[in-house]
Structure formats: C-alpha cells, structure tokens
Design a protein around this ligand. Structure first.
Ligand SMILES: Cc1ncc(COP(=O)(O)OP(=O)(O)O)c(N)n1
Ligand SMILES: Cc1ncsc1CCOP(=O)(O)O
Ligand SMILES: [Mg+2]
Length: 570
C-alpha cells in the first residue's frame, strides 16, 4: 500500500478518499491501521503484521471492540497520554484521565514531569529523566493495545526524541499533539528550546496539533495573531510543518465575543464557533480538549467529528462548572463528570435508598388532577404535607414538554422536603429533571437497562405479580418492587388482581423491599400491612389520595391509620 496518513486511513474506513486506495471487503489491512510517518518514512513493527478484515474494522468503530484474535473478548478504546502531572488535578495527566473516563475510553499514562501546581500558579517542576520516560512508554506500548497517543507537557527535546523512537517501535493509529508551552497561569512549562523538537520531530508525525494563540504564535516565530484571519494563516503555516490537521484555538482572541477555533485539514478551513462561557474555571481546557479528540479518534470518529465532539464536551463541562469554587487562585479547575454543581446546589440528595420511604407512597394521576382542576405541583405539595414519604409522578396523558416542566418543579419541592421523587415509565424525563429514580412495569424499559441508563445512585422500582418477577427485579439491580393490584382498581385498566395471598407470596419470596398497590385506602390498608411480612414496607396509593377533593386531609388520614397499624417496622 502506498503512503497514507493516519487520519486518511481513519477516514478511509468511512469514505475512501481519492488519495487513499479503497480496500475491498476481502482485502486485509494492518491492525493498528494508522501508519504514522516520521519525515516521510513509515513506521513498521510486528503489530502491523497482524491482519484484520475490513468488515471487522468497521465493527472496530464501536465503543467496545471485538478483537480479531479472540471473539469472546471485548477491547475498550485506549488512549495513552504522555504529559505532566498537575498536583491541583485541573490539567495535565489528571485532566486527561478524567476526560477519557468521561468519554468512555481507557487511558494509560506516561509522566514526563511532576509539577507542584494549584489554582494560583506553578510552584515547582521536576522533570522525569528521559530514560524513565522511555521505560514507561515501553511498559505500556509493549503490553497494551494503544489506539491513540496524545502528548501534552514535553519539557525537553530529549523526551520528544524518546517519543519518536517509541512510536517507531510501537506504531499507533493516531497521534494528537497538544503543544503545551505555558500554563494558564502564565508559567513556562516547556522552554523555547522545545520549539525545534515540535517543528522538526513531533509535528511531522502528528495527525492533529492543537495550539492556542500563544503556542501558534511561538511555533511561527512570534507572529502576532489578533484576528480570525490571522488564525487561518497560522493554521495554514503550521500545517506546512507536517501535521495532517491543525486546530488553532481562539479562546484568548480579544477581538471576538464568541469562542472561535479554526480547524484546517490541509484542504478546507472550518470556523468552529460557540458562545463564550464566562467562568474562572478554565484551567485544563487545552489538555481536556486534546484528550477528548484522542478519545473520539480511538472510538473510530473522523477527525472533524472528533474535534466537534471534543469542543462541545468542553463547553458543556465549562457551563456546568462555571460557578464551582475550588482553590483561591485566578484559574480554577472544572468538573469533567458534571457532578460537582449538583452536589453543591442541591440541599438534599438521597445517599442510598431507604426502604422505610415506601411507608406511604403517593402516586399522582393526570386524569384525577384534571378532574379536580389541580396542578401536579399542588397535588404533590398537598400529599407531602399530609405525610407521603415518597412520590411518583404517573402522568400518562401529559405532553412530554409539560411533563418535564412539572417534573422539574416537583423535584425542587420534594428535594426541599427530603422526599424522594420517582417518575413512572419515563427514563428520559427522569434523567432530564434529575429525579431520584423511576418506577417501571413488566412491559416498560427493562430494569437492568434502566439501571445502566440511570447509574448506580438512582432508585429503581419494578412492578411484580409473581415471585419469579421479584427475583428477576433483584437480579436486574432494582431497589424495591411494587406488588399488585392487591384489590380491584379503576385506576389501571385490565390489571390482574393478585389479592392478599399473591402479595404475601411475592413479599415472602422477595429479597427486595415491597410496596403494595391497587385499590388500597383507609378501609383496607390495615389488612394489607397486617400481613406482617418483614419485606412489606408500605402501601402505594393513587385514587384514595388524588381522586378526592382534599388531598392533604386524605393523606393525613391514611398516614395516621398506617402509624397505628402494628407491623414489623413500627
Ligand atoms: C409503586 C408502584 N407499583 C406498581 C406500579 C405499576 O407500574 P406499571 O406496572 O408499569 O403500570 P403503570 O403504572 O405504568 O400503568 C406503579 N406505577 N407504582
Ligand atoms: C398503577 C397500578 N399498578 C397496579 S394497580 C395500580 C393502580 C393503583 O391505583 P389505585 O390506588 O387508585 O387503585
Ligand atoms: Mg409502567
């Protein structure tokens, strides 16, 4: 096969550009299919002798890849970052690890320098000896299948040469170069002597280089970059140094209200614009962007798509983290996993599901609210005031948009009272409003899939009529089961009644806490709870609370009655 760059080969899997000869389905191509070049020469090693069919390579674009050698094993896309450690963990190796984790990609690390660093600045740098950088590279590359290498802080030309040698011996599919020179605080991380290493060694083998304005200017001998047109010229000139693609980041461009980046693939310029996010928490954005590009390439994205996804990811993370406060300096870190803000702003979040919350479970009903001319939020407020210990929004007729708005308001109300709020059926709505969990039935989203989508912290309830279903709910990772209809009900059409015997059988067999549902109210709640099975924790009620004029009064009555009933819990 004639010369073809890593990125051309990446895109050849999708579109067969003219510059690369197309592969027929019967042809074999090297695994580690990117043949990076150094000054025009091709890397070659034993891994490239391994073969993989084109069909398998197409599969290779999925997040988890089946290896050609053993179909039963799944390989996760893998980025190796070669960079410096940041003790403040906003940038460097630590940012790379978090970015790759957030993007679902494995990340191994070769540390080039250890910095003593915080949000104020860089207090010290200890450079790792070249031999030991080489040893780390060998340890990772000789053992693990690395898809993409990303470089960050490279404090000496010697280290650049070590990378060159290692990649000659162990070629990878793509090389992403973030030409780190100065930290966000203005401290020098790699002196001017590194410029030669970048220009002569690293850039010619790079699939993409991602300089900010200062770095682009330094690479070009100090030219002024003040406008978007200057950025385009810079991208072109840097491209002439050898990288297949260039992304000049214009975050510091004083003249622009938007954040403008210029992407140049050697043929076309793309102006990637987004609104500027006002925040001090920008430390580590460069490292994160480059790592995210590497992660997307490792998953099989085309270069332009990887850049766009990476830019959107960084913007989202910045937006979520714009108000967090870590450290006292001018540049704070941001939160790669979008979680810190929630924890800071929400006064209460359930640490773990508490089965005693099932005691008096209020389930709303859109038709009943309409009938009584009541908003969902008023219904929820009244039920909580009356003593409901958990609330489920069961809004079968609501438009999605209205449902989401109401659910967001109910999340606020419930959270301020320390009451968990679950959403019936709609995982999407639960995610969008950050509810505490969902309740699903036997014909809804399977509980194990709901668990994957919602993560380990959310509450998942499953409707079960039999001990077998209760067992499956436990296997699937549910937190509780709802068992019923215990008595006949008009609220749910064609619902089979299991009776007190069915409830007892399910409760006795269940490893999960149980809440009884169906036709339950003040007249029969005592009989239900008097079954006295330890797993039976409470009753779930719709019409006895909400098909009434005064929700608060009815809830209070039922709460008082349950309190009086001797059970295992009270
Ligand atoms: C607590 C509780 N238990 C059972 C149900 C019923 O759920 P499902 O079987 O999915 O039926 P619908 O409520 O979706 O009609 C429930 N909602 N809550
Ligand atoms: C949703 C559901 N699942 C089993 S019975 C039932 C309806 C319960 O409503 P009500 O409390 O009005 O009988
Ligand atoms: Mg359902």
């Amino acid at each position: 096969m004639g010369y073809c760059s890593c990125s051309q080969l990446l895109s050849s899997l999708i579109s067969f550009p003219k510059s690369c000869s197309p592969l027929s389905t019967t042809q074999v191509i090297p695994k580690g299919f990117g043949q990076s070049r150094v000054s025009g020469s091709l890397f070659a090693n034993s891994r490239m002798q391994q073969t993989m069919s084109f069909a398998t390579m197409q599969e290779d674009k999925g997040l988890l890849m089946k290896t050609s050698d053993d179909n039963s094993k799944l390989r996760i896309p893998h980025v190796l970052t070669v960079a410096g450690s940041d003790s403040g963990a906003g940038a460097g190796i630590q940012a790379d690890l978090k970015a790759c984790a957030a993007r679902g990609v494995y990340c191994s690390t070769v540390i080039t320098a250890v910095t003593a660093q915080n949000t104020v600045g860089v207090q010290g740098v200890d450079i790792v000896p070249e031999d030991f950088v080489a040893e780390q590279l060998k340890s990772v590359l000789s053992d693990m299948h690395v898809d993409v290498v990303k470089t960050g802080m490279l404090p000496s030309v010697g280290i650049v040469k070590v990378i060159l040698q290692s990649l000659k011996q162990f070629p990878v599919r793509a090389l992403v170069v973030d030409p780190v020179m100065v930290s966000t605080s203005g401290d020098v991380l790699a002196g001017p002597s590194i410029l030669g290493g970048f220009r002569e060694v690293l850039l010619p083998m790079a699939d993409i280089v991602t300089p900010n304005l200062k770095e682009a200017s330094a690479l070009l001998g100090g030219v002024q970059l003040e406008t978007v047109n200057d950025m385009r010229s810079a991208a072109k000139s840097i491209h002439d140094m050898g990288p297949r693609n260039v992304l000049v980041k214009g975050g510091d461009l004083a003249a622009s209200l938007d954040a403008v980046d210029i992407f140049f693939d050697g043929e076309n310029f793309y102006e990637l614009r987004s609104s500027r996010i006002e925040t001090r928490n920008t430390h580590g954005t460069g490292c994160t962007l480059a790592s995210c590009i590497a992660a997307e390439l490792a998953k099989g994205s085309s270069m332009l798509s990887a850049v766009k996804v990476a830019k959107r990811y960084v913007e989202t993370a910045l937006d979520y983290s714009k108000d967090i406060a870590i450290g006292n300096g001018l540049q704070g870190p941001f939160d790669h996993l979008f979680k810190l803000k929630h924890n800071i702003h929400n006064s209460w979040r359930p640490q773990a599901f508490d089965p005693s919350d099932l005691f008096l479970y209020a389930v709303t009903d859109s038709r009943m609210n309409k009938k009584w001319d009541r908003s969902i939020t008023d219904a929820v407020k009244a039920a909580i005031e009356g003593g409901a210990t958990i609330v489920q929004l069961r809004e079968k007729d609501a438009e999605t948009r209205d449902f989401l708005e109401a659910a967001k308001a109910c999340v606020e109300i419930c959270r301020s009272h320390g009451i968990p709020l679950l959403i019936n059926d709609r995982i999407d709505v639960a995610l969008a409003c950050d509810a505490d969990g969902v309740h699903v039935g036997q014909s809804d989203m399977p509980a194990n899939v709901a668990r994957t989508l919602l993560g380990p912290e959310k509450i998942i309830g499953v409707s079960c009529k039999t001990p077998e279903q209760a067992h499956q709910a436990w296997v699937d990772g549910a937190d509780y089961i709802g068992c019923g209809g215990v008595y006949p009900t008009n609220t749910k059409e064609n619902n089979i009644t299991v009776g007190l015997e069915g409830l007892k059988a399910v409760s006795l067999s269940s490893k999960l806490p149980v809440v009884a549902i169906g036709g339950i109210g003040v007249s029969n709640a005592r009989s239900v709870m008097e079954l006295g099975v330890p797993t039976l924790k409470g009753v779930a009620v719709v019409s006895a609370l909400f098909d009434r004029e005064l929700v608060l009064t009815e809830t209070r009555k039922l709460h008082a009655l349950l309190k009086e009933t001797p059970t295992h819990s009270n």
